[in-house]
Write a protein that binds this ligand. Sequence first.
Ligand code: 9WN
Length: 433
Amino acid sequence: MSAELWNSAAVVLETNWSGDHMVPSRRLYPHQWSWDTAFIAIGLAYVNPGRAWRDLRSLFEAQWPDGRVPHIVFDPATAEADYFPGPAFWGVPAYGARPANGSTGIVQPPLHAVAAWKVYRRASAHGAACVQEARAELEWLYPRLVAQQDYLTTRRNLGGAGLASIVHPWESGLDNSPAWDAAMAGVPADLSLLTTYRRRDLDVADAAHRPTDRDYSRYVGLVLSYRAESYSDTDLLSRHDFAVECPSFNAILGAAELALAQIAGVLGRTAEAAVHRERAHRITDAIVARLWDPRSRTFHARDLRTGTLSPARCVSGLMPLLLPDLPAEQVEGVLAEARSARFGFPAPSYDRTAADFDTMRYWRGPVWINVNWLLRRGLLVHGLRDEAEELRAAMVRLVHQHGHFEYFHPATGEGLGAPTFSWTAALALDLLA
Ligand code: 9WN
């Protein structure tokens, strides 16, 4: 089974390679996405480390002067009509080394330091030249990764407690998660906006599996609001309708500091390594102080506009397990939540017992491999080897039986969304290795 799965995963990554970057899916997502690039690099490390570095470079070549790494880097060879919202809609000047590429003005979870560290660690399996290349790539990436963290922990520190806020659901990577329902209720839903724009995703995916038009009208409205001030973060809280501290985004932010500490270590930057470890510690403390709910014993998203925690119990609430300093009370709570009837292995994106659990609709129920991969990593961080192995085996079975789909039905395992999806294939390689 594993050779067959390995080969099919390698084929997906070969097919989705576009010269200097990987697309998540040829039809649905024909550009480069930020956190996809991180997951994809983790798999490419096994079959083509040169492309893992190339992909990360292509993304960071589009980094903005303020340090933000855009959530999409557009491919100028792809027509505007092939993805909505495309480069003309975002209206962002092309920054950096690839001037023909536009980008979006929002971000995604900063998993790239974790990915770079994993690609580096794998290099020795490919020989001395590969180790040399990996070290040079780390040198190139390190200051850029630091700038990305600095952007998120300063300009996006909208709540003042040291966590990064997301200002659009797309920034979480968990687009229509119920975690945003309460906060999104305060965002005007102007359905007339969609008469001006055309949802390209509905041409290539089942409408019942995608966010609704109401969601999209809010997504578009939020981009228009951020775009109106050229994506400036100054005074954002007082003039923008969505600002949330997400437990998953911030757990990845903390994990990135720990990966940066490792990277700084191999680059001989000992003093910086200590600073990264200290930052990770502070992020962990802030996540516990601001996002832990002692009644539900899991983490929830905080809406900065109302100061309240979302009542929804989502897979994002399990992600702080990624942090090694997480206190025992929180580790136990999250583990109990993960093992409960609400989740189980592999974990669905939302509480199975919730009245509005939706088996088909994107981040409102289906199983996704990337968040389960992160959950497994969290289990390993806390020495929960049996649980980690159970989850690994469940993920491998799912992908082997149903294919490299974007997401999966949480009861039947049926594949949903894009059928040859890059991060599912890439992470399958890592799960098999
Ligand atoms: C919007 C590319 C991306 C992922 C996200 C996933 C989905 C985009 C969309 O696809 O979002 O960014 O058009 O729905 O939710 O996590 O990065 O794979």
